[in-house]
Design a protein around this ligand. Structure first.
Ligand code: SAT
Ligand code: MN
Length: 600
């Protein structure tokens, strides 16, 4: 096939990679439906994909990965900056020259027997001033079809690359060359010790080897849109964050745009698609995972969702937890590592009903019966679905200009200490809140001994493409740039429990009550009371109408226990110590101020 571009940089790079990896064919992708359908037919024929029941789940397919290749591999993920100090204490650093030698050895001949796909894609609406043009080279057709949904794959991107003479190169291989006549496996990949998810931030370059799964292989997502983009944003004065974006509209039609960062398993996708229980207030989804934000001409901060689809965790997704996500995956969806039922539909744990027919084929591709008690879907099994299929997608979700952010929300999972909601006194304290966002360790991590809290600054720990101390400083710098137009900052905790283990807050749709209080604060409709940790609702302002929350539970949800906060502050100090002299002075200042307020 002749190359559909005249851009010399791109042609040279494709030729260079092809020479190194020796694929049997090169296919330039165009993002068309015909291309998607053709690859799905091929993958069904080869046994990699299962076509689902056309009546129940039109145009949808299921895949089972290799049992060793089910999630991001953080211990094989590298930030290969020139200087180690630029990767910082939260990343695995490796010398870029040495790493390239190692990886070139692995890449040599690695696409033999396979097709190399050239995927032109844009993160963000094509041509948006906030978007980025990129090319992924991959030998995985699974990656191609997922990229069709998650990014904007189009030959229009080639035209932009020709015009601008620049693109972000992403190289991916499953790392499983085929010898002459060798049959392919269902899910080719390399052993863990040969997997590398490598980022070269000074070159805006991504090299991934050995995994076919999710964030290791769909390089537009965490690799580009967070790790490389955060490093670019730090240099260029914008923000790439692990945040959902939603629009919240009040009964008078006034719109508020909220960007929220939570660590995994804290319900980001659920909040993004929340069904408001506050009469007349409505939530619309703009994104569920990543936000790219730039100051606009009016001085406000404008956000786009760089993705085009949802790559969501399947288990736990049900009519009760997230009906909008279920509606988004009714058709044209890809499922990875879920149960395929006897009538060729999908099922997972906590889907809200038992597996129809009692069983099917489990995520390991074996016959499975629910009654036997083993999990049928992998806990990290996923759905891939076009964002446009979400019934509450916002009409502005593809606006190239983005939406102006009014509110930042940070949070984590704490069964104690953190109240339901508090507001920062100012943006700098907001940065401190985001930078010290923490969750209690899960049961598995409790074995770690005296680790009392897990800190996850801005829910970005595995995704900051440079030194986390410099990244925190960048947040303060953005505050200076934005001045009084900076978003207001809030911290929430949906996960408070009583001493005997009862949830204090109903969560899910009722979280809209908390969002409404934030909007009322922004509008100046309600005052707040000062506490040592920040501003909190005056009783009655955060409406509890129709909820059955006893007064003592409400008092507990709103309690600020200075002793517990001092303990959390000590944990934060211990965590932040590892940033050494890269810890921004403003962080130290915030800690001193908090300590003084707690002691007053
Ligand atoms: O696998 S992904 O990185 O795309 C999703 C996730 O782990 O958050
Ligand atoms: Mn995520």
């Amino acid at each position: 096939m002749s190359a559909p571009t005249t851009n010399q940089k791109l042609l040279d790079w494709v030729a260079e990679v092809a020479e190194m990896t020796t694929p049997d064919n090169i296919v330039w992708c165009d993002g068309s439906k015909e291309e998607y359908d053709r690859l799905m037919v091929q993958m069904c024929e080869s046994g990699m994909a299962i076509k689902l029941n056309e009546e129940k789940r039109p145009n949808s397919f299921a895949f089972n990965s290799d049992p060793s290749d089910v999630a991001r591999v953080e211990n094989r993920t590298y930030i290969a900056s020139l200087k180690e100090e630029d990767a910082g204490p939260t990343n695995n650093w490796i010398d870029p020259v040495a790493l390239k030698e190692t990886m070139k050895g692995l890449y040599k001949g690695c696409m033999k027997g396979r097709t190399m796909y050239v995927i032109p894609f844009s993160m963000g609406p094509i041509g948006s001033p906030i978007a980025k043009n990129s090319i992924e080279l991959t030998d995985s057709p699974y990656v191609v079809v997922n990229m069709h949904i998650m990014a904007r794959v189009s030959t229009d991107v080639l035209r932009l690359i020709e015009k601008e003479d620049t693109f972000i190169p992403c190289l991916h291989s499953v790392g499983a060359p085929l010898a002459e006549g060798q049959a392919d496996s269902r899910w080719p990949c390399a052993p863990i010790e040969d997997k590398y998810i490598a980022h070269f931030p000074e070159e805006n370059l991504i090299w991934s080897y050995g995994s076919g799964y999710g964030g290791n292989a769909l390089l537009g997502k965490k690799c580009l849109a967070l790790r490389i983009a955060s490093a670019m944003a730090g240099r260029e004065g914008w923000m790439a964050e692990h945040m959902l974006i939603l629009r919240f509209t009040n009964p008078e039609g006034k719109q508020f745009h909220i960007a929220a960062a939570f660590p995994s398993a804290c319900g980001k996708t659920n909040l993004a698609m929340l069904q408001s229980t506050v009469p007349g207030w409505k939530v619309e989804t703009i994104g569920d995972d990543i936000a790219w934000m730039k100051p606009g001409a009016d001085g406000r901060l404008y956000a786009i969702n760089p993705e085009a689809g949802f790559f969501g965790v399947a288990p736990g997704t049900s009519e009760g937890s997230n009906p909008m996500a279920l509606a988004s995956i009714e058709e044209n969806a890809i499922f990875t590592n879920v149960v395929v039922t006897e009538d060729k539909d999908v099922w997972w744990e906590d889907m809200g009903y038992d597996c129809p027919g009692g069983g099917g084929i489990d995520w390991k591709n074996n016959p499975w019966k629910q009654a036997d008690g083993e999990k049928g879907a992998h806990p990290n099994s996923r759905f891939t679905a076009p964002a446009a299929q979400c019934p509450v997608i916002c009409d502005a979700w593809e606006d190239p200009a983005g939406v102006p952010i009014d509110i930042f929300v940070f949070g984590g999972k704490r069964t104690n200490t953190m109240p339901l909601v508090h507001e920062a006194f100012d943006f700098e304290q907001g940065v401190y809140m985001g930078a010290t966002a923490s969750s209690e360790p899960t049961a598995a991590a409790l074995d770690l001994g005296n680790v009392s809290l897990r800190f996850d600054p801005f829910a970005m720990t595995p995704f900051i493409g440079y030194h986390a101390g410099d990244y925190m400083q960048h947040w303060f710098d953005m505050g200076e740039t934005l001045g009084d137009k900076a978003p207001r900052c809030f911290y929430v905790n949906w996960f408070r429990k009583t001493d005997d283990g009862k949830w204090l807050w109903p969560g899910f749709g009722e979280n809209s009550r908390v969002l409404k209080w934030m909007c009322d604060r922004v509008e100046g409709k309600v005052e707040a009371r000062e506490t040592p940790i920040g501003l909190m609702p005056i009783d009655g302002d955060l409406t509890l109408d129709g909820l059955d929350i006893p007064a003592e539970d409400w008092a507990e949800l709103m309690k600020v226990d200075n002793g517990l906060f001092k303990a959390t502050l000590e944990d934060a100090k211990a965590y932040l110590a590892k940033f050494g002299d890269k810890l921004p002075a403003k962080m130290t200042e915030q800690m001193a101020k908090l300590e003084a307020r707690l002691n007053a």
